[in-house]
Design a protein around this ligand. Structure first.
Ligand code: HEC
Ligand code: HEC
Ligand code: HEC
Length: 413
């Protein structure tokens, strides 16, 4: 019998947080101030996961409902301490019939024991990393709450398990979740994307994580496993690069007529080869960056726009979202990356794929000068590069305007 089922049967008496020990627990806690820890969903003062993910509160919010119904949570005590509605809901421990709190699904079994309850626990190392990668550093292992050797944490931290390590509640006893590599198991149908959890926090989700590749299929180079891979410099070529997917139709518009209201639009469509989603890399779960590169008729680079926001947050949401299984879309109202407001990368059969980028200078973030640099040009090339996947290219067949403040070029066969 595994230790979780034993725990399940132990009907453990919980004895929650005595104030003095509140700091020790190993949930994915917050400790914004050094005298305060919130290893619970809500400490009653709005501190805890609730401060960013409030849709469990009152037991009727969207996260509560979907967690319960979609994952077929068998017992209210998967999360609650002593039956439905009881609080505090701890991140790392819960009542009889469950035991592990949120970490039952959001953590993995590292064989650790809670210094608070003395019970086995699962630990959300991967989820902490997801937060750190999204700028929530209080969850981190350096400088954040979770420092090796302190507050009952092991020292050193263990080597992290892969995405394929099954969390304890992924078991028919507890829920209908089975496979941490499966988006169809894990994806909350109400959220924006169509993937589930990045259980190991390496930036690759579900089937895209090398840990999930089935033995026998070609193993991808595990570039995912963090640290010291030197990042090659990602830049527009001095001249257009070869080997890109050709677009069947293209438009480039750089309008720099009104100061403060400059605009750029790049559309490359009717992509001439079949493009699968991964042909664009993975900006939603991964770190793919993009560049639009504009060359003049002599193949000299005159304009460059960069969006390096893979996995980043724009406002309250991920900048990037998947578009079904076809591609990705980007939205950033703050225009923080080179003024770019929207991008759409859509794959499909040959002739169907499309790349779109729209930028505005209302926040003074759009690089300027391309319209002037392209003055009087009669040709040019527009390329769209991905940092780790294919590129798309078109040589302009017709320049409609190149008066020094507006440049408009198109390609059509
Ligand atoms: C300071 C804000 C903040 C707090 C506090 C916070 N989170 Fe998050 N959380 C985020 C952000 C940002 C993301 C990443 C964007 C997203 O996926 O929505 C995220 C993502 C997640 C995800 C999705 C992970 C994945 O693999 O897709 C889970 C699950 C989660 N948080 C659980 C928790 C839990 C449990 C707590 C409390 C222990 C917590 N969060 C506290 C901001 C926060
Ligand atoms: C996936 C975890 C999870 C499961 C499973 C779950 N809940 Fe909850 N529930 C929560 C969280 C988190 C809160 C918010 C607690 C807080 O605000 O302190 C909550 C709050 C509630 C509240 C409101 C409590 C209050 O004082 O505001 C009720 C009622 C409730 N849950 C009932 C249930 C019932 C009944 C079940 C089982 C049929 C259940 N829950 C299963 C996580 C869960
Ligand atoms: C029965 C398993 C299970 C339990 C228990 C559980 N979760 Fe989740 N939760 C999931 C799965 C699976 C997802 C992935 C949804 C996705 O990314 O589509 C998720 C997603 C989330 C998200 C991100 C939602 C989003 O917008 O993508 C948050 C936040 C979250 N859980 C918080 C919690 C908290 C807090 C608790 C404890 C009170 C908890 N979860 C307990 C399975 C669980």
């Amino acid at each position: 019998m595994n230790r979780f089922k034993r725990l399940l049967q132990r009907q453990h008496a919980t004895g929650y947080l005595r104030a003095g020990s509140a700091f020790i627990v190993l949930g994915l806690a917050l400790c914004a101030s050094p005298t305060f820890a919130a290893p619970m969903y809500d400490d009653g003062f709005g501190n805890g996961c609730v401060s960013c993910h409030n849709e469990f509160a009152s037991g009727s919010g969207a996260l509560h409902t979907t967690h319960r119904t979609q994952f077929d949570a068998q017992s209210c005590n998967l999360c609650h301490p002593s039956g439905g509605g009881t609080t505090p809901v701890l991140t790392y421990s819960s009542g009889a019939g469950g035991g592990f709190g949120c970490a039952g699904c959001h953590g993995q079994d590292y064989g650790e024991t809670s210094p608070n309850s003395g019970n086995p626990k699962a630990t959300a190392y991967g989820l902490r990393q997801v937060h750190v990668d999204n700028g929530v550093t209080s969850c981190g292992t350096s400088g954040g709450c979770h420092v090796a050797g302190s507050l009952g944490h092991p020292n050193p931290f263990p080597t992290l398990f892969g995405e394929d390590e099954v969390p304890p509640y992924f078991d028919p006893i507890f829920s209908n979740l089975l496979d941490p590599c499966s988006s169809s198991d894990e994806d909350l149908t109400f959220d924006l994307d169509s993937v589930g959890l990045d259980n190991d926090g390496d930036g690759f989700i579900d089937g895209l994580d090398p840990d999930c590749f089935v033995a026998g299929t070609p193993t991808a180079t595990p570039t995912a496993t963090s640290t010291a891979t030197p990042t090659p410099v990602f830049a527009c070529g001095a001249a257009p690069v070869g080997g890109c997917i050709a677009a069947g139709k293209a438009v480039v518009l750089v309008n720099e007529k009104k100061p403060g209201k400059e605009k750029v639009k790049v559309v490359l469509k009717k992509l001439q080869s079949t493009v699968v989603q991964s042909g664009f890399g993975n900006p939603a779960a991964g770190t793919t960056a993009y560049k639009a590169c504009l060359y003049d008729g002599a193949d000299v680079l005159q304009g460059e726009y960069t969006v390096d926001q893979g996995g980043a947050i724009c406002g309250a949401l991920s900048c990037w979202a998947t578009v079904s299984d076809k591609g990705y879309k980007y939205s950033d109202k703050d225009l923080s990356a080179d003024g770019v407001l929207k991008m759409k990368l859509l794959g499909g059969d040959a002739g169907k794929g499309k790349v779109l980028m729209i930028g505005k200078n209302t926040n003074s973030t759009l690089p300027l000068g391309a319209a002037a640099a392209m003055q009087d040009e009669t040709g040019g090339t527009i390329q769209f590069l991905s940092s780790d996947a294919s590129c798309v290219s078109a040589t302009l067949s017709d320049v409609k305007k190149a008066d020094g403040v507006i440049f408009k070029g198109i390609f059509k066969p």
